[in-house]
Design a protein around this ligand. Structure first.
Ligand code: FAD
Length: 303
């Protein structure tokens, strides 16, 4: 199949790129590996979208998809396995091959793992990565949260709606979350904030039972009984399918210029996957628009 713009990933960045490219009259396809909406499907409430009252991720996703389909856009399920720098670009998925005059990479990221013993064993058996999906399973229990960014803090507060106690564990000296969220965490009697504390092992039998922790102040090692551990230590950009076609920063993000073009002419990157992304829904939407605008100019220039 030959298109003008092929978008990899249907999160807010990819949907926004697809919408803009479609509206510009270009033949566009969006490929999505898992769930249309990307990270939106895991978000309980998005409070920081300018010009929009607080909205649930799934509601925003529906609006996006309706708008995209109304503009004539199509989304195809398929994991992109490889992007080739051929002329035109060649993109392969598990069962198909696409040709495109330009490509927008909007693959977001995968959650950064803790890298401690037991994490793999208990993933899905107490260790979880989506608070909205799995939080209700921990009603009446103690849940730990690893991480203290704005997003970890938001989800820790969401978990207080279900769990009896939420232990927030941060190895650094202070919480990374900004002031308003930090205050909400510290003031919430259900949240037990532990800074300068590291998780060294995740233990259990069939399911997760306890965490081994170290207090960095005095080196004391102790066990904390928990029913679940929510890991929210940020994300690693998802670039496996194209890491040999575009340059990456030493943090694995796609290097882009001001028009979000990579160092391979005709390939653009948008959203969480690109260098210096603010990693918000608003930024991803803006990126999608910018990348599509650049892709449209590229296609018109080189057609
Ligand atoms: C816990 C948490 C809470 C957050 N809360 C907020 C918030 O309240 N407000 C806010 O503004 N932002 C929030 N964010 C950030 C926001 O979710 C992201 O910035 C935004 O989703 C990024 O959009 P994206 O399209 O770049 O990537 P994503 O939303 O990650 O979408 C990428 C898509 O690409 C797909 N994909 C990946 N690889 C491939 C492949 N090889 N082939 C095909 N498809 C592929 C993925 O399946 C996914 O659907 C939060 C993030 C987290 C982790």
């Amino acid at each position: 199949m030959m298109v003008d713009v092929l978008v990899v990933g249907a999160g807010p960045a990819g949907l926004s790129a697809g919408l803009s490219a479609n509206r510009a009259g270009l033949e566009t396809t969006v490929l999505e590996a898992e769930s249309v909406g990307g990270e939106l499907v895991n978000r309980n409430t998005i409070e920081n979208l300018p010009g929009h009252p607080p909205v649930s991720g799934t509601e925003l996703r529906s609006t996006f998809v309706e708008q995209f389909r109304a503009a004539g856009g199509s989304i195809t399920l398929g994991t992109v396995e490889r992007v080739y720098d051929d002329d035109p670009f060649r993109v392969t998925t598990t069962g198909a091959e696409y040709r495109s005059r330009s490509v927008v990479l909007a693959t977001g990221g995968v959650p950064t793992s803790l890298g401690v013993p037991g994490e793999e064993t208990f993933t899905g058996r107490g260790v979880f990565r989506c608070a909205t999906c799995d939080g209700p399973l921990y009603a009446g229990k103690t849940v730990a949260v690893a991480g203290s960014s704005d997003w970890a803090a938001t989800d820790a507060l969401f978990l207080t709606n279900h769990a009896d106690r939420v232990v927030l564990i941060e190895p650094g000296d202070r919480l990374d979350a900004g002031d308003p969220l930090r205050d909400r965490l510290v003031d919430n009697p259900t949240v037990d904030v532990r800074t300068r504390t590291e998780i060294t092992e995740i233990q259990g039998e069939d399911v997760l039972k306890r965490l081994q922790l170290v207090d960095r102040d005095d080196g004391r090692e102790y066990a904390e009984s928990v029913g679940g551990l929510y890991v929210q230590q940020g994300i690693d950009p998802a670039t496996d399918a194209f890491s040999d076609v575009v340059s990456l920063t030493d943090r694995g993000e796609v290097v882009v210029d001001a028009g979000l073009e990579t160092d391979t002419s005709g390939i653009f990157a948008a959203g969480d996957v690109r260098q210096s992304s603010p990693r918000t829904v608003a930024a991803a939407i803006g990126d999608g628009t910018t990348a599509a605008h650049s892709a449209v100019s590229y296609v018109e220039r080189t057609r």
